[in-house]
Design a protein around this ligand. Structure first.
Ligand code: AGP
Length: 608
């Protein structure tokens, strides 16, 4: 989704803005631009393509400005062109605006404004807002009020940052359904769609809520509602270091984040120990929960599928898992003793937020598992449990997934004990096993032999056009996740399937050109997986098998095997997914793709 940055202070706004836009590149974009107040006039520079091209154009100009706004665009209305790039200017050139979201009633507003003589330069929905403000200013001379009047006419989702020559050191902000956060500096202030944009300058932030607006100046921040009522806000200290938001010597953020999983899982366990040890999850009485419904999208949905196994096996709570985009429109039956768990790395995924709101409206308690402090999901849920993965920059989610599984296991263990479904011995041994996962993940990632083996397999398979991922029981969702990782960064068509389902159709796909990746670690269904592998081998399929050390039966059959440390079957997904993340990574890297910013994808999908 689009990325917004803004700066007002005493430093060079062009360099702060370009630096901030670069740190938001991971959000995905097709064009970029900045607007600056230079000698009481607004100058706009925008370009289709990469930020570095814009930067190359700006360098020789040596622009002197201390207030400005910037934008990376993810096209929704109007194709990626220089004209459609943001910022957009008013007819008189005295107001500039950047927008993230979708103005749903823009056609109607555009017609009205055109009749009033406004000329539109772009095909975007966003441009109507700057003309609307310009029109309101004809009636209301105080910019803040004209800005609020314009907001009251908008339908849809919007994060806005606006500058004007009328108040050259100020930036006017508004937020509805798209993220916006203010960074607090000394004699300077920042605004951005996400914290990494200004983390190099400050770790103090104010998160705007929906229907909140603000004016930031060099040494002041004023927050108010869309009706102009003042809002008192607490600044939050961001616990992430800038280094965490940078590559740390890895070729791609994805590879760095795969290797950060041991620490992320350990931090997620220790960060949640307090409620886990007390057995009290704020606002939730496990004994009263009649049913759990998990709502999520993409990789987070796959974590939810594993959550189902954990809640049903360890806490005996019937659990459903729904794609949030389906839940929100299927008129779900929700009862007030239901617990709805939303899983979302970013906390800003529009479908997941809508599913949460619907569940709340229908009387359910909503708990969210989220990785981003201050994000919308964390402010709308009744209860928040954080994953402590640190910033996840690569679009392909990895460490957020394994830390989501970690939280789901802690929750299921806690609920199981509170409901008397889990004996102390089983509780202790499973928790002890969970505590060993970070070192087992570390052991796997540090075993060069295994990583080399994954690279070799990737080298053999990267020309494949199709691939099949197969798992059973709690590892079926890992087959889905492995297939998703390959699809989203290598653009190879891949399907995850329950291995037992293969003979009901997908086995027709099998021949020597379609690799079949099996999750075949120790589990109650190991023998069943073995016979599924035999079915594939019988049809000359090429088998990649994820096994435990000392495995013999599967290893004899498989063309390629990757050994992961053994653990309890219910915990094995946390380890088994890592080689699949690496396999997808190396295949995409061998194909020469930009692994961190795959085509057509965004890190945080804030529109439906
Ligand atoms: C996963 O690699 C993708 N980036 C995508 O499927 C993602 O999981 C999905 O968009 C959900 O995002 P969220 O966890 O931030 O809500």
């Amino acid at each position: 989704m689009c990325g917004i940055v803004g700066y007002t202070g005493t430093n060079s706004a062009p360099s702060v803005l370009i630096d901030g836009l670069k740190r938001l590149e991971y959000r995905g974009y097709d064009s970029a631009g900045i607007a600056l107040i230079v000698d009481s006039r607004i100058q706009v520079f925008k370009k289709k393509g990469k930020i570095r091209e814009l930067e190359r154009e700006l360098r020789p100009l040596n622009l002197r400005a201390t207030t400005g706004i910037g934008h990376t665009r993810w096209a929704t209305h109007g194709s990626p062109t220089d004209l459609n790039a943001h910022p957009h200017l008013s007819c008189d050139g005295r107001i500039a605006l950047v927008h993230n979201g979708i103005i749903e009633n823009y056609q109607e507003l555009k017609r009205e404004l055109a009749e009033l003589g406004h000329t539109f330069r772009s095909e975007t929905d966003s441009e109507v807002v700057v003309h609307l403000i310009e029109e309101e200013l004809k009636r209301e001379k105080v910019f803040k009020r004209a800005f609020l009047n314009a907001l009251s006419r908008l339908k849809g989702s919007f994060a806005l940052a606006v500058i004007t020559t009328q108040e050259p050191t100020k930036i006017f902000l508004a937020r509805k359904d798209s993220p916006l956060v203010i960074g607090l500096g000394e004699e300077e202030n920042f605004v951005a769609s996400d914290v990494p944009a200004f983390l190099a300058y400050t770790d103090r932030a104010i998160f705007l809520n929906d229907f909140e607006a603000a004016v930031i100046d060099r040494s002041s921040v004023e927050v108010f509602t869309f009706n102009g009522e003042p809002v008192k806000k607490e600044a939050v200290k961001i616990p992430w270091s800038l280094a965490q938001a940078e590559k740390g010597g890895y070729k791609h953020f994805m590879l760095k984040e795969i290797n950060e999983q041991p620490r992320a899982i350990a931090d997620t366990i220790s960060g949640n120990l307090q409620w886990f040890e007390s057995g009290k999850v704020e606002g939730i009485e496990p004994e009263e929960v009649e049913r759990i419904t998990v709502v999520a999208c993409g990789t987070s949905y796959h974590a939810g599928l594993i959550g189902k196994f954990l809640f049903e096996n360890l806490a005996k709570i019937p659990t459903e898992v729904d794609y949030a985009s389906e839940f929100r429109y299927r008129d779900p039956i929700v009862k007030n003793r239901d617990l709805v768990i939303s899983i979302t790395q970013s906390g800003e995924t529009a479908d997941t937020l809508a599913a949460m709101r619907l569940a709340k409206e229908r009387g359910a308690k909503v708990l969210t598992i989220c990785n981003v402090i201050g994000s919308t999901a964390t402010r709308e849920a009744d209860t928040v449990i954080y994953t402590y993965a640190g910033p996840e920059i690569s679009v392909a989610s990895t460490k957020a997934f394994t830390t989501q599984l970690t939280v789901l296991l802690l929750l299921a263990l806690c609920f199981g004990r509170r409901r008397g479904k889990l004996g102390q011995r089983e509780f202790d041994s499973l928790f002890k096993e969970l505590m060993s996962i970070p070192s087992k993940a570390e052991a796997f990632l540090n075993r060069e032999k295994e990583e080399e083996r994954v690279k070799e397999i990737a080298l053999k398979l990267y020309r494949a056009k199709n691939a099949l991922y197969l798992g059973r029981h709690v590892n079926y969702p890992i087959a889905l996740e492995g297939a998703l990782k390959l699809k989203e960064i290598s653009y190879i068509h891949a399907e995850g399937y329950p291995a037992g389902e293969m003979k009901h159709g997908p086995i027709a796909l099998i021949d020597e050109t379609v690799p079949a990746v099996f999750l075949a670690t120790k589990s109650p269904v190991y023998e069943k997986v073995l016979s599924n592998i035999e079915e594939v081998k019988a049809r000359k399929g090429r088998v990649v098998a994820v096994v435990n050390p000392g495995d013999s039966a599967v290893s004899k059959l498989a063309d390629f095997k990757i050994e992961v440390p053994e653990t309890h079957p219910l915990l094995s997904p946390v380890l088994n997914v890592i080689p699949l993340q690496l396999l997808a990574y190396y295949i995409a890297d061998f194909l020469g793709y930009d692994v961190d910013q795959p085509r057509n994808l965004a890190k945080s999908v804030t529109v439906e």
